[in-house]
Design a protein around this ligand. Structure first.
Ligand code: NAP
Length: 505
């Protein structure tokens, strides 16, 4: 079940928020600590008030008055808070009331619990930590689960992949009703995977909400992640990186999973430790993973098998589960090559083989580009601002230049320009110059295109860089970086779907 946190400052604004999101939610949590004024009687009537505007659709409501120390805004007298909760619960309309772990056994919440018992309101017993896991979570969850009739709720802001792993383990080891929620970027996967981990319910918030548990709105939860269809048989896929929340990959892969009718979900995971990530992947039985900056090299030692694209490029962007382990490949290579080979086959009778290309840049992405070109028999010259890096890249890749030459030079120097003039069938821009926000960047400002060159810029934001638009203006055929991005993602999607079918058959 998906519950929306209502975090507006008035009851009517909260009711409006709930009604707007009704198509995507199963219930709401009223965060009464965020109200500018809390009229006790009106608070007790809130669930009825809400229902009256929802064509009588019953919407379960959790009542929460979160204390400041638990990440809320309430910092008035504790006795007053408990009386407010008791009064609102006595009205008999709330499905759940949230009470904190430390109240349990103290007797201070007895009146609220009695009111809840009489009115059929379930108690959610909550623990909050904004400072990592706050101790042994499994043990804490087991202790909370032992309270008869109550639903344990652990809400933690993980500070690392290892913290996230602990939360996932606690959730998987628990039995019976439970709510294990992760906050912040590290906790994001937990919000999506809640039903896969056997949780009773999860929370989301309106995008403009101030809720600590916020970050993903109900519509995105349902339309992008298909929250209501997820269950304990759902296959898990992910993209890992740091930072990762900006990634376009979840939109790309989740929509393909939906179109293919797969019971699968694809989540972004912020990773600060690759070894913790592989423990997490094992725990969740993850089927496939996209790998992005800065982990493309670091994942390699954890794989039981890699193909030549990974060995040659020295980077892995795709991981597929194979039995008990994982194997790696690099779809940047063929993702880059596919649109180029297509254009080349139309432009030249023999396609790419025997053509001469200049690759500008010698960073991580250039290695996939150079390997793809020399594998196809293209003679390549690498030009880079830092000469030593250009030399290192060519030295590393020269064993794979079986039917092609591979040379290097310094970008912008006469010798480099000379090499460029002899390798100008294809010019490929792989530096970060021209990328948003520095869109004026151009690695070859002095170069005048002749019009015969096939020009490819792998930067995809903006879609057309200054370098590419200069080339197009001179009559060159151009390829945008977006085509490479789509190409590598499409190849990943095929690999993910194959892995899914093999495990499901
Ligand atoms: P990287 O490893 O950091 O390499 C950056 C490259 O840019 C190096 O060759 C660097 O030269 C050069 N460079 C940076 N600033 C420069 C400047 N002011 N003048 C001249 N050269 C400069 O980055 P990367 O991972 O290779 O990524 C490079 C670009 O490719 C990024 O924009 C990325 O978004 C894009 N990319 C696109 C795709 C796709 O699917 N389309 C895939 C991967 C990457 P030095 O060695 O001299 O520092």
């Amino acid at each position: 079940m998906l519950f929306q946190s209502l975090t507006a400052s008035t009851l009517s604004a909260n009711a409006q928020l709930a009604r707007e999101n009704l198509p995507w939610i199963d219930g709401v949590e009223l965060r009464a600590d965020l109200l500018s004024a809390v009229p006790p009687d009106a608070l007790g009537r809130f669930p009825q008030f809400l229902e009256s505007g929802t064509h009588q659709r019953s919407v379960p409501v959790i009542l929460t008055i979160r204390r400041r120390r638990d990440g809320g805004k309430y910092d008035d007298d504790e006795g007053k808070r408990l009386r407010l909760l008791q009064h609102a619960v006595e009205a008999g309309n709330f499905s759940f009331v949230d009470l904190e772990e430390d109240l349990s056994g103290s007797g201070s919440d007895e009146e609220v619990r009695r009111a809840a018992y009489k009115s059929g309101t379930r108690v959610i017993r909550s623990f909050h930590s904004f400072d990592g896991t706050g101790g042994d979570l499994s043990e804490r969850l087991a202790r909370l689960s032992a309270l008869p009739g109550e639903i344990p709720r652990i809400a933690v802001e993980p500070r690392s992949t290892s913290d996230l792993l602990q939360l996932v383990r606690a959730s998987l080891q628990a039995r019976g009703e439970r709510i294990v929620a992760g906050m912040g970027d590290y906790g994001f996967p937990l919000r999506i995977l809640s039903p896969v981990l056997g949780n009773t319910l999860a929370f989301c918030s309106h995008s403009s909400a101030e809720s600590a548990e916020g970050g993903v709105d109900p519509r995105t939860m349902q339309e992008l992640y298909r929250y209501s269809t997820l269950n304990q048989s759902t296959a898990i896929y992910a993209v890992i990186g740091n930072p990762i929340m900006h990634s376009r990959s979840p939109a790309f892969h989740n929509s393909r999973f939906a179109a293919a009718g797969m019971n699968a979900v694809y989540v972004p995971i912020k990773v600060d430790s690759v070894s913790s990530f592989f423990e997490l992947a094992g725990e969740l039985g993850m089927r496939g993973v996209s790998v992005t900056i800065p982990h493309k090299e670091a994942v390699i030692p954890f794989l039981k098998e890699v193909d030549e694209s990974v060995t040659a490029v020295g980077a892995c962007n795709t991981i597929i589960r194979d039995g008990e382990g994982y194997r790696g490949t690099n779809t940047d290579v063929d993702g880059f090559l596919t649109p180029l080979a297509h254009r080349a086959s139309k432009k030249w009778e023999g396609g790419l083989a025997g053509r001469a290309a200049t690759v500008i840049g010698a960073g991580g992405a250039s290695r996939a580009v150079i390997y793809a070109l020399i594998r196809e028999g293209v003679n390549v010259c690498v030009l880079n601002r830092t000469e030593s890096r250009a030399r290192a890249v060519t030295e590393d890749l020269s064993p794979y230049a079986r039917n092609a030459s591979l040379t290097w030079g310094k970008l912008g120097h006469p010798e480099g320009n000379n090499l460029l003039s002899r390798h100008s069938d294809i010019i490929i821009q792989t530096t970060s110059l021209g990328m948003h926000p520095d869109t004026d960047g151009d690695p070859l400002p002095e170069y005048r295109f002749h019009g015969h060159e096939l020009v490819y810029d792998i930067v995809y934001n903006p879609p057309v860089t200054r370098f590419l638009s200069r080339a197009a203006e001179c009559g060159c055929e151009v390829i945008q970086g977006g085509e490479m991005f789509e190409g590598q993602a499409l190849l990943q999607a095929h690999l993910f779907q194959n892995a899914y079918r093999m495990r499901s058959s």
